[in-house]
Design a protein around this ligand. Structure first.
Ligand SMILES: Nc1ncnc2c1ncn2[C@@H]1O[C@H](COP(=O)(O)OP(=O)(O)OP(=O)(O)O)[C@@H](O)[C@H]1O
Ligand SMILES: [Mg+2]
Length: 1166
């Protein structure tokens, strides 16, 4: 049946015989007679093609060889148009990485090498593009790779929908749970799905997974109680026994898998390549993800354990009233199972050994034999497991399914993945195989309908030139099984409900009803219990024994009653539908085939509303071995799946079609000047224009009445061209938009920059200007101060010379005066001595004369004469000297008189000072401007009439000439000095404001105030501070009092002495209160001197003029420079604390302004 030509390479052909090497590696020598069996291979078959529609050898042999050579190169996927053929590699190939997902995202089918991801991607983007539900029908034999393909598609969808959300995880985690409870090891597949499933994945408008819904079909419940050789029960039992902790196992009285009958029927408790321990932890974590509570997980384990314990119950045959009966042997299993189900063990026992029947209102209990007892037990177990599985699927759906909101605007699209058992044909086929093959008939019909029937109908309708293809239509089989009246399913159902119905009566009915149907094969003779059906994939014979029992799928009332008596809430929950039904209703409850048919109809309706994609899985060998390709097995599968016809129809047909409007709107971008569909007059012409431009005139595309019909490769070409064109347009739009956006942003930024620059430049220039202006002002000030300093130095030097001369003159005058006095005293003294001598001599002469009046007289006369001569000799030179001195003094006196006459000139001191300090500006002539000269200059003011008195000045009172000292000024670096001695935060910088605190520390308050007053006076003197404007004319005459006098009065010698005397006593008594007394004195004096009235102060404040509120020493009136000088110098003289001190530890007041100071001012102004 499946004998197809084999591919081979001709090695030799010139020796009369042909030497060939076939695809299986065997060498053959063929005689030339057999050469007719050899057909040359089409070039496309030599290396294989990715899309089998392109095969030149479009026959079984070509298709099979194509799959084979690709399979050997690990190319397991091949297209047939948009249908994917996947050959199970039985090994993990590195083609499912994240890179592959990326590679296949947004790619057309045919753009990349065939892959399951390409189908998934097409499914997804087709859904997003058309907003239509999609479905992917994955079919194939058991072990062909359906479930693996489903999982790969799910992973791809989860990955490209790009959310990585919780719901996605939940959807993915549903698989391990379903596989644990619904998959088992069979001889065909180590992880065979023993149920069909349809996963409907829901996407929101943004293409993100929003939920899913799983539909399960026809779980093979019989596997719980029975397994054939080398097969296992459902994975969950083995996983639980391997992975459960000893504590929990102890609670459930569980041992190992080998201890349970239900797990060892196939003599296989382990599955190669499967780690049950690890799987158990995966199942538990998946259950957590899907919101199974711990209690629920525990209850499930309890039920599973109960199933295992019930499976171990031993039945013993008994005779009761000559009737076959049985009893369950009392065992731990029984009590444990009853405890786990929370029922009475006696009840369990009676349930399994007897049956209660209700006939005509009477309840009759009949005993069951061992066989019946075992059947009841197995039915009970299947009932529990089947309902548990349904509950688990419902529980998963409760976690992952969110019904769409009733809002009609809400857009939800879905992709359905159908992983359903493939066509089955075993040695003995039971009721389940009938159901499975019925499902596959339906799917084949769907496939045929989609691929062939609809297409051909449409071709005819549209008037397309079309070469008719014969294909196998299974509609008849479907009609016979489930559609037409009195179909097989309905007959089985009917017989199931019939109380006296048996499998034999059912078969008879089937025979009588369908024996004339060519696809029905009745039993060969009356005793045979087998009937056959010619399915699309082959003839299958079904064993009718057990059909009705399986179809009824019911639990008899005793079991339901047992559940009812249970205190286990969970088991009651999974049996809730049965418990809710009455005994009669239960009898009428849908049969298994009825339920299956209904859910299948629903599935077909769902699939019919979707755009389908097909994946045909092929199993390359029965041994689950990689790189082993069994040709017969594969060709059988290809035939069963209808691939041959598919390839043929796809090859000759036009799988892609668009309405004119759709086509124009979709592809008008490819040809300039084609208007949108709604503006087109003749859309057919526009479509033709596009197709001729892009695909070409000679290509095999056709125009129908309303649609365009294209081949797959045309669609790929058009889509690629469209992508390129749209990309170009998008780039153009992006370019323009970005240009516009960037330009406007640039202009905005430029304007802002210009504004900032403008403001900054203005600010910078203003700042520079101010700095320069300040610099010039400082330069000016420095220059002026230097100039003034020089002129001041010159004036000072002149004054000093003048003083020196004056003092010299005075000293000389005094000297001469003394000299004259000495001479006079000498003259008088000598005169007196001489006169005394003369007197004595005269007296002696007289006496001598008296004595010698007579004798001695002449001698006495000589003596007298001699005395006179001596006297003259003595006085004569003195008088001459005196005369000479007088003559000498005459010119000097003249000079002195001349000097005095100069002194007598009406020159004002104030004028002199003003002349010297004239640059500081004149203060005008205010009263008292011409003050008394300071100490040491009084002589300059003396009245010329008092000149004589000057001459009489005691030498002691004449001031010595100042001795110029070479001082070491390095210690007086201003900054250093300031840092060392200045108070508070005062800096060495010149300030033009009055100080709040003296720069130096003075303990005496008077000194402090004087220092502040001096600074204000200096500022005024320098012109830095204006003179007080508020001028109160206090005509108490004080303004006429010279400054020095005032200072003297405050702290002058007189006052001081006077006050001192008054305080003398107190000081003597309490020396340490000296400062306090002095303080009192000063404050008294200062208070007395304050002449600023309250009003004046108010006025000052009002005019915002600087005042020295605490300093009453200041004159609150404009003063002349001389007065200021007097004030400054006077304070300096009278307050030793303010004078510069030689003692380095005590700083003092100093007028000295080092030149460096001006230099620093100058440089800072730069
Ligand atoms: N793409 C693949 N890559 C590698 N191994 C694969 C692939 N597909 C299937 N297999 C292997 O084949 C085995 C059977 O696959 P899978 O369970 O999907 O078959 P199935 O068609 O679902 O069978 P059943 O109808 O019995 O459920 C897997 O366990 C796996 O070992
Ligand atoms: Mg499977």
């Amino acid at each position: 049946e499946f004998d197809v030509p084999l591919g081979a390479v001709v090695k030799l052909c010139n020796s009369g015989q042909i030497h060939v090497l076939d695809d299986e590696g065997n060498e053959h020598w063929l005689s030339s007679l057999n050469a007719t069996n050899i057909k040359p291979m089409h070039p496309t078959s030599v290396h294989g093609v990715a899309d089998m529609i392109c095969l030149g050898d479009l026959n079984e042999a070509g298709i099979l060889r194509n799959l084979l050579i690709r399979y050997r190169e690990h190319l397991i996927y091949t297209y047939t148009g948009s249908i994917l053929v996947a050959v199970n590699p039985y090994q993990l190939l590195p083609i499912y990485t994240a890179d592959h997902i990326r590679l296949y995202t947004r790619k057309k089918v045919g753009e990349m090498p065939p892959h399951i991801f390409a189908i998934a991607d097409n499914c997804y983007f087709s859904m997003r593009r058309s907003a239509k539900d999609q479905c992917c029908v994955i079919s194939g034999e058991s072990g062909a790779g359906k479930t693996e393909s489903t999982k790969l598609i799910l992973q791809f969808l989860a990955s490209i929908s790009g959310q990585h959300s919780w719901i996605e995880k939940q959807v993915l985690e549903a698989t391990p749970i379903l596989e644990a409870f619904g998959n088992a090891k069979t001889i065909r597949n180590d992880n065979s799905s023993r149920f069909g499933k349809y996963i409907d994945i829901h996407f929101n408008i943004r293409g993100a997974i929003e939920g899913a819904r799983i539909e399960q079909y026809l779980l093979e419940k019989s596997r719980v109680c029975r397994q054939t050789q080398d097969e296992r029960n459902y994975h969950i039992f083995y996983c639980m026994l391997q992975g459960m902790s000893p504590d929990m196992k102890k609670k459930l009285y569980l041992g190992n898998a080998v201890d349970y009958d239900y797990l060892t029927m196939g003599n296989c408790v382990v599955c190669d390549g499967r780690d049950d321990l690890k799987e158990y932890s995966n199942i538990l974590s998946a259950m957590k993800v899907l919101m199974f509570t711990d209690t629920e997980s525990w209850e499930i384990s309890k039920l599973l354990a109960a199933i295992l314990h019930i499976g171990n119950l031993r039945f013993e045959a008994r005779m009761h009233d000559n009737m076959d009966a049985c009893m369950v042997l009392c065992s731990v299993n029984l009590t444990t199972a009853a405890a786990l189900l929370e029922v009475d063990p006696e009840e369990v026992m009676s349930c399994l050994t007897s049956r209660t029947l209700v006939t005509r209102g009477e309840t009759v209990s009949t005993l069951l034999n061992v066989e019946q007892g075992l059947d009841v037990r197995d039915a009970f177990i299947k009932g529990i497991y089947g309902r548990l599985f349904v509950w688990i699927v419902d529980k998963i759906n409760a976690a992952i399914y969110k019904p769409p909101p009733s809002d009609c605007k809400y857009m939800q699209t879905s992709i359905g993945l159908l992983d359903i058992f493939g066509f089955e044909n075993f040695v003995i086929n039971s009721f389940e195989q009938l159901c499975i093959n019925f499902a596959n008939e339906n799917l084949q019909q769907f496939f045929v309908h989609h691929v062939f029937k609809l297409e051909q109908e449409e071709y005819n309708l549209e008037g397309i030139r079309w070469q008719h293809i014969e294909f196998t239509d299974n509609q008849d089989a479907l009609d016979m099984i489930a559609i037409k009246p009195m179909n097989i399913i309905s007959l089985i159902d009917e017989e199931s409900r019939f109380p006296k119905g048996t499998d034999v009566t059912m078969l008879n009915k089937l025979n009588s009803q369908h024996k004339l149907n060519p696809i029905y094969i009745p039993p060969k003779h009356s005793r045979e219990t087998v009937f056959g059906i010619q399915h699309f994939a082959g003839t299958v014979y079904y064993e009718t024994a057990g059909f009705l029992e399986k179809n009824r799928d019911g639990l008899h009332g005793d079991i339901i009653q047992l559940i009812y008596t249970s205190s286990n809430k969970f088991i009651k929950q999974i049996f809730q539908t049965d418990l809710a039904m009455g005994a009669e209703t239960r009898k009428r409850s849908p049969t298994l085939s009825g339920q299956f048919k209904r859910s299948l109809d629903l599935l077909m309706k769902t699939l019919g509303a979707c755009q389908p994609f097909f994946v045909r899985c092929i199993k390359p060998n029965e041994f689950k071995k990689p790189m082993l390709f069994e040709r017969v097995l594969c060709i059988r599968q290809l035939c069963y799946s209808g691939m041959m016809e598919t390839i043929r129809i796809r090859h000759t047909g036009y799988p892609i079609r668009y309405t004119f409007a759709e086509f124009v709107d979709r592809y008008r971008v490819l040809v300039p000047d084609v208007k949108p569909a709604f503006k087109q007059g003749n859309m057919k012409v526009a479509c033709q224009c596009i197709l001729e431009t892009i695909v070409g005139r000679g290509e095999d595309w056709q125009m129908g009445k309303t649609k365009i019909f294209l081949k797959d490769h045309h669609d790929v070409r058009l889509e690629m061209e469209r992508d390129t064109a749209i990309t170009c347009k998008v780039i153009l739009i992006q370019k323009a938009v970005r240009g516009l956006r960037d330009r406007s942003r640039f202009l905005q930024i430029r304007d802002s920059v210009i504004l900032i620059q403008k403001i900054w430049k203005g600010h910078h220039c203003r700042k520079n200007y101010r700095t320069m202006q300040m610099g010039f002002l400082r330069l000016q000030a420095v220059y002026r101060s230097r100039k003034v300093y020089r002129s001041y130095s010159a004036a000072r030097r002149s004054i000093m010379v003048l003083q020196a001369w004056s003092r010299g003159l005075l000293v000389r005058q005094a000297f001469r005066h003394r000299l004259r006095a000495v001479i006079t005293v000498q003259a008088h003294a000598r005169g007196m001595l001489t006169r005394r001598l003369c007197q004595r001599l005269k007296t002696e002469e007289k006496e001598r004369l008296l004595l010698a009046e007579d004798v001695w007289w002449p001698r006495e006369a000589v003596v007298v004469q001699q005395a006179w001569e001596d006297d003259e000799q003595l006085t004569g030179p003195c008088a001459m000297q005196e005369e000479e001195a007088r003559e000498e003094a005459c010119p000097k006196k003249g000079v002195l008189l001349q000097g005095k006459s100069v002194q007598q000139d009406p020159v004002s001191d104030s004028d002199v000072v003003d002349e010297v300090f004239g640059f500081l500006g004149s203060n005008g002539t205010f009263p008292g401007q011409e003050g008394q000269a300071p100490t040491g200059f009084e002589d300059l003011e003396r009245d010329p009439g008092k000149a004589e008195q000057v001459e009489e000045v005691d030498m002691a009172r004449v001031l010595p000439l100042p001795v110029a000292e070479e001082e070491d000024l390095s210690e007086y670096k201003f900054a250093k000095f300031a840092a060392t001695y200045f108070q508070g935060s005062a800096t060495p910088c010149h300030t033009r404001r009055p100080l709040k605190l003296p720069l130096l520390l003075h303990e005496d308050e008077g000194d402090q105030m004087a220092a502040l007053a001096i600074w204000i006076t200096i500022l005024r003197f320098m012109g830095d501070l204006p003179e007080p404007k508020i001028h109160t004319v206090v005509s108490d005459g004080s303004e006429k009092i010279p400054v020095m006098t005032k200072i003297y009065e405050t702290l002058g010698k007189r006052t001081y002495k006077h006050e001192l005397k008054a305080l003398q006593g107190a000081e003597e008594v309490n020396g340490h209160r000296r400062n306090t007394a002095r303080h009192k004195l000063v404050s008294l004096t200062l208070k007395r001197k304050s002449k600023i009235t309250v009003e004046v102060r108010a006025n000052t404040v009002k005019h915002g003029l600087p005042t020295a509120p605490e300093n009453s020493m200041l004159e609150e009136r404009p003063t002349s420079n001389l007065e200021k000088l007097h004030f400054i110098i006077g304070n300096g003289i009278l307050r030793p604390a303010l004078r510069p001190s030689k003692d380095k530890s005590r700083p003092g007041f100093c007028f000295y302004q080092p030149l460096e100071y001006y230099d620093s001012l100058y440089s800072s102004s730069q």
